[in-house]
Unconditional design. Structure first.
Length: 356
């Protein structure tokens, strides 16, 4: 259930933590990298509101997933959606949009000019000596979180392999062609590289500003602008993971937050030129691959209209538990909110039939 303080476009500290936040809280960091990363941007509505549900909430700010803001799109109202530059469209008009000036890069991952890696580390060693005198940090209980954040920042700035992982637009042409030379492809390529380096969970937001919220212009936008870059990027990711030996140990999940109405609608002809589908909570489909999943397995079914579950329904809690299990989180694990109250990580059983 939603907390009583929930606001649709205003994330708050009383919100339930996201799957990415719980995963980051519950798994150990590897190679001094964040346990959980979200890219290439936060999910923002076209009315300028930031969606809740993607942050740490009750876990506290120190357990936020690491948000990599790789795009420079303005977080304000506009109707440009999709995968830029080639697959960018105007959501309301259902027409192509041209915003080739948008960039895709991870900012501030370079050392100051003239400061090389060894010199930078020497400065940090000196800083450690000074900080030993700051016992109040230990007394306040904030030192551990501070050190974790600092180590993650240092790894991002100093390790050339980590910095290279973010520089996806300079990847070899063959790799860019496999994933697609657009923001969807770049995002999934970056995710694959981060997993290879040791990040436990990477959440990739494919599209922003309502890219998939097609109340209108549904069919041409899916066919011409959303499916092509998505199909290419996702198939490229799966093939790449298989070739580099990571697919068997990496669970890949694709899902939205709800389904769409079985009936075609045209609720706002003054805004949308063509029909679409509206929000629909009772039924949707998601898929899992890799990580031991038995390919070709179909679990559950809907009625003939695709409106309601007809057999073996699963819930968001089952969905989350499946991800937690793949990450190796014990079934008895708990997370503690900022007031020290324990909460079960698992609110349901994993979907075990996925794994044979």
């Amino acid at each position: 259930t939603l907390p009583s303080t929930f606001r649709q476009s205003l994330p708050q500290s009383t919100d339930w933590p996201s799957i990415a936040a719980v995963a980051g809280y519950s798994t150990p960091r590897r190679n001094d990298l964040p346990s959980s990363v979200v890219l290439p941007e936060k999910i923002v509505h076209s009315n300028a509101g930031t969606y809740p549900g993607q942050f740490a909430g009750l876990l506290g700010a120190r357990h936020e997933p690491w948000f990599i803001e790789a795009t420079d799109k303005p977080h304000a109202y506009h109707a440009y959606s999709g995968a830029f530059p080639k697959y960018l469209f105007n959501l309301h008009k259902g027409e192509p949009a041209d915003k080739d000036s948008w960039r895709f890069e991870v900012p501030n991952l370079t050392l100051p000019e003239g400061v090389l890696g060894p010199r930078f580390r020497n400065r940090l060693d000196l800083l450690d000596v000074v900080e030993q005198q700051r016992r109040q940090l230990d007394a306040s209980g904030n030192r551990g979180g501070y050190d974790r954040v600092r180590q993650s920042v240092l790894s991002l700035m100093v390790d050339p392999k980590v910095r290279a992982a973010f520089d996806v637009r300079q990847a070899e042409p063959r790799l860019l062609d496999r994933y697609g030379d657009n923001s969807f492809g770049w995002s999934l390529l970056m995710a694959r590289r981060l997993v290879e380096l040791g990040v436990n969970m990477v959440q990739v937001n494919l599209g922003n500003f309502g890219s998939w919220d097609l109340h209108g212009n549904n069919f041409p936008l899916l066919k011409d602008y959303l499916f092509p870059p998505t199909d290419r990027a996702v198939s490229g990711l799966l093939d790449d993971l298989e070739e580099c030996g990571l697919l068997a140990s990496t669970l890949v999940v694709m899902a939205g937050e709800f389904g769409r109405t079985p009936q075609i609608t045209h609720i706002a002809p003054e805004i949308y030129k063509r029909p679409g589908r509206d929000h629909w909570a009772p039924c949707q489909s998601v898929w899992f691959a890799g990580g031991g999943v038995q390919g070709g397995t179909v679990i559950g079914s809907s009625d003939r209209n695709g409106a309601y579950p007809a057999s073996d329904p699963q819930t968001p809690e089952n969905f989350a538990a499946t991800i937690y299990q793949a990450l190796g989180i014990p079934s008895t694990a708990v997370w503690y909110d900022v007031a020290g109250r324990p909460n079960h990580v698992y609110e349901a059983q994993p979907i075990r039939r996925l794994f044979g």
